[in-house]
Design a protein around this ligand. Structure first.
Ligand SMILES: Cc1cc2nc3c(=O)[nH]c(=O)nc-3n(C[C@H](O)[C@H](O)[C@H](O)COP(=O)(O)OP(=O)(O)OC[C@H]3O[C@@H](n4cnc5c(N)ncnc54)[C@H](O)[C@@H]3O)c2cc1C
Length: 382
């Protein structure tokens, strides 16, 4: 792996920009502070590596190379890396658990490792915690539970980073990130300025936010602030199999820790662990359709899973539709549809991103023919 060292640095630019000189002077004329600055730039420059394999940085375990790759753990480092790089294409990586790499990335990939937890406000009942976007989401959940802070227990064991949580308004077991979200700070790639986005400005929807739509590719989220309960926790045990999991453990009045444990147990039994089988969780969104479409399906099928949605619409289970179309458990050499969960596409060994993408296209086509419903991919295709 080749690294780029300071020798390649255009220090005339550095001098003009930072020291206010109009002409670059030879190195031995520089004073100590200039040399320090030069060293600093060399340091940032060495952070950018070339031709880096992204296999270990995506939960699908797909082999693809980044032309350039760097890791940042502060906004300052992020700023420096972006200033030093003149790549047109940029990919921000958190845990790589919601993306499919379909080819080598001919630009700069930057991996977010901004850490930190800070209680920024506290009242008798609530606590507001600002979390670095590079923190691991599940570690934040566990830490909250340890401190008896409630609100995110239903979102236990979702892979990925805190920074990606508002990107697609992560959700599970009846809770979405928007329920505990206060605001976030995001770095504007064009200007380098950090802007605060309120709840309203994020425009959350089902696995959606403004960052996946109108502002796609414009901002890098650097911190997220959540409001959690200190007491009077709102226990949500009615969704999915939580209630039966609690019953099997003889728990009638669950704590937030009990809910988290139940969610972890259910998820571990249902979903493939990316460390063992490459996947990105649900590959498709559950479609929201007019009630008339559900009624049409009900003419020929019994027990069609559906959930109420606004405007006389219903949310259908994409996994059920895929299963009915005959795809559950289908395997092709080294990839396929998971045997227990049809919503999850899997890489058993060394398939390509294109294999998975083509498989998803075939599934979309089949479901469309069978039910007149067009499934939408939840995973980001790169
Ligand atoms: C086994 C499994 C189960 C899952 N279960 C669920 C679930 O129950 N509910 C759910 O909602 N999701 C689920 N997911 C999907 C995934 O975990 C979430 O979408 C998660 O939030 C992705 O985080 P990440 O850091 O891995 O994002 P990445 O995959 O690294 O990135 C996803 C997208 O966000 C962008 N991005 C990442 N970080 C930033 C940032 N700081 N600023 C700007 N853009 C950024 C990336 O460029 C990319 O476009 C599951 C995934 C797996 C593998």
């Amino acid at each position: 792996m080749k690294q780029i060292y300071g020798a390649e640095l255009d220090y005339s630019l550095l001098v003009k920009k930072e020291m206010n000189y109009s002409i670059a002077r030879p190195f031995h004329f520089f004073d100590n502070s200039t040399i320090q600055l030069f060293k600093k730039y060399c340091y940032f420059w060495t952070m950018i590596q070339e031709n880096v394999s992204l296999k270990k940085y995506n939960t699908f375990g797909i082999e693809a190379k980044a032309k350039r790759f760097a890791v940042f753990s502060t906004t300052e480092e992020l700023n420096e890396i972006l200033q030093q790089s003149n790549e047109d294409e940029l990919l921000i990586l958190g845990g790589g658990s919601n993306l499919l790499l379909t080819q080598d990335f001919e630009g700069l990939v930057i991996r977010n490792e901004i850490k930190g937890f800070e209680v920024v406000n506290e009242s008798e009942n609530d606590v507001c915690i600002k979390v670095g976007s590079g923190e691991v989401w599940h570690e934040f959940v566990l830490r909250s539970i340890e401190n008896n802070f409630g609100g995110v227990e239903n979102l236990s064991l979702i892979p990925g980073s805190v920074g990606a949580s508002p990107m697609q308004n992560i959700g599970a077991y009846g809770v979405e990130i928007k329920d505990v979200f206060i605001e976030l700070e995001a770095y504007h790639i064009e200007t380098g300025k950090v802007k605060i986005f309120s709840h309203k400005e994020c425009r959350f929807g089902y696995r959606e936010s403004v960052f996946k739509r109108e502002l796609k590719g414009e901002y890098i989220i650097v911190s997220v602030t959540y409001r959690l309960t200190k007491n009077k926790h709102q226990i949500k045990a009615s969704y999915g199999a939580i209630q039966s999991e609690l019953e099997s453990n003889h728990i009638d009045s669950p704590s937030i820790k009990d809910i988290s444990d139940a969610v972890i147990a259910i998820r571990s039994s249902k979903l493939p662990d990316p460390k063992e089988i490459g996947n990105a969780g649900s590959f498709f969104k559950n479609p929201v359709v007019d009630r008339s479409i559900l009624e049409k399906i009900q003419l020929s099928k019994k027990n069609v899973p559906n959930y109420p949605a606004p405007n006389n619409q219903v949310k259908l289970a994409a996994g059920w539709l895929i299963e009915q179309a005959g795809w559950k458990g289908k395997t092709f050499d080294n990839y396929g549809v998971h045997k227990n969960q049809a919503l999850v596409l899997v890489n058993y060994s060394d398939c390509t991103g294109e294999d998975i993408l083509n498989l998803s296209t075939q599934i979309i086509e089949d479901v469309k023919v069978k039910f007149e419903i067009t499934l939408e991919r939840e995973v980001n295709i790169i």
